[in-house]
Design a protein around this ligand. Structure first.
Ligand code: ZN
Length: 122
């Protein structure tokens, strides 16, 4: 599997086959639960204690992109409405996309800063 599909499907960065998370993104009581080790290759996802604290910064960047994208969409499609509509739209998209933001920020943290190389033949 290529890099981008593996990242978008939250697959292990080493084998790109095993899943990182135990359930789907919108299974709200469980969307944060991760496997400790990859179910396919056994890679330990949390390389060191606190590794995923760095995902907060990735999450911040993702959320900034979501807010800016929402602002532009509201401006383009609604023709510069009142401020409360911008704020409401940004809050709604932020909360609706929160599970995806959480998961992709952790997956990006693993892929970009985990120092893990893809091994095709696992
Ligand atoms: Zn794996």
């Amino acid at each position: 599997m290529n890099f981008l599909p593996a990242l978008l499907q939250n697959r292990c960065p080493q084998c790109r086959k095993g899943e990182i998370f135990k359930s789907t993104a919108y299974n709200l009581p469980h969307y944060t639960e991760m496997y400790e080790h990859c179910p396919h290759c056994g890679l330990k996802f949390e390389k060191e204690i606190g590794f995923f604290q760095g995902a907060m910064f990735v999450s911040y960047a993702l959320n900034a992109a979501i807010v800016v994208g929402t602002f532009l969409a509201v401006y383009l499609f609604l023709g510069n409405p009142e401020a409360w509509i911008y704020v409401s739209a940004m809050l709604v998209t932020t909360f609706v996309l929160l599970p995806l933001n959480f998961r992709y920020s952790r997956a990006l943290m693993l892929y970009l800063f985990g120092g893990i190389n893809y091994q095709k033949n696992i």
